[in-house]
Design a protein around this ligand. Structure first.
Ligand SMILES: [Zn+2]
Length: 140
């Protein structure tokens, strides 16, 4: 299999609901998402897809929904209420706790198929780096 991998960097806040330790506090990361894409065949120029396409589709979704926003679990009513007091604060609610694992899975299973609809390109793996030392990976 040939894959192409697009790196997308973004800044976002979150907290891990009911975390046993410091991740229960509202805090942020300089996240890096690595989008691993493939297609049934290469195009006439020998590409899976132009790298810029991944940036303009999935990258644009990340930029408008997650970048410089907070990502919270929809059951985290205390966190949601606190952030909703700030006018205009970008807030993205997830059906799961916003861990790196769940965020990677969300990009893989929800965002990528929707943003790439109508193309033969498929994201088969997402790595979501929270720090230089920690990342989670979701794959088909
Ligand atoms: Zn964190």
């Amino acid at each position: 299999m040939i894959k192409c991998i697009r790196r997308v960097q973004f800044c976002a806040g979150h907290r891990v609901w009911k975390h046993e330790n410091k991740c229960a506090h509202l805090h942020g990361h300089n996240y890096v998402a690595l989008l691993h894409a493939t297609a049934p065949q290469l195009d006439a120029l020998g590409r899976i897809v132009d790298f810029s396409y991944l940036k303009e589709s999935i990258g644009a979704w990340i930029e408008s929904h997650w970048d410089h926003g907070f990502i919270l679990y929809e059951k985290d009513t205390e966190g949601i209420e606190a952030l909703q007091r700030i006018a205009g604060q970008r807030l993205y609610l997830m059906q799961e706790n916003p861990t790196a694992e769940n965020m990677a899975a969300h990009l893989l299973h929800v965002v990528a198929p929707r943003e790439l609809r109508g193309t033969e390109v498929q994201v088969v793996k997402v790595e979501l780096w929270e720090t230089e030392n920690c990342y989670a990976e979701a794959s088909l």
